[in-house]
Design a protein around this ligand. Structure first.
Ligand code: HBI
Length: 98
């Protein structure tokens, strides 16, 4: 697994407008809001399956209708394609709740 170079990262971040880049951590984060806890948990369940399929897992925090997610790739101590793929899948899973 290789870390994303600056040019690739800039390109990918342009397609992930809801996500914040944390260069000091080599991570991206986004906060998702839902109508209630059940919807938030349903989203997390959906993304848990994606995580297993991608072998890539988020750092996330949930309270009631809020899910805060941070993505980084431990294996490269920064961001990789897997973070981008995971973030795009999360944005796709979130779309029906918007
Ligand atoms: N999830 N976010 C994240 N980052 C990783 O580097 C990672 C992971 N899930 C599993 C995983 N790596 C495996 O490839 C092993 O490195 C544990």
């Amino acid at each position: 697994m290789t870390p994303l170079d600056a040019e690739s990262l800039k390109h990918h971040l342009a397609g992930l407008p809801g996500w914040t880049h944390h260069p000091e951590r080599g991570a991206i984060s986004r906060s998702f809001r839902f109508a209630n806890f059940a919807e938030a948990f349903g989203f997390m369940a959906q993304m848990a399956a994606v995580s297993e399929r991608l072998d890539h897992h988020p750092e996330w925090f949930n309270v009631y209708n809020r899910v805060d997610i941070t993505l980084t790739t431990h294996d490269v101590d920064g961001l990789s394609e897997r973070d981008i793929t995971w973030a795009k899948a999360a944005d796709g899973a979130y779309a029906p709740f918007q």
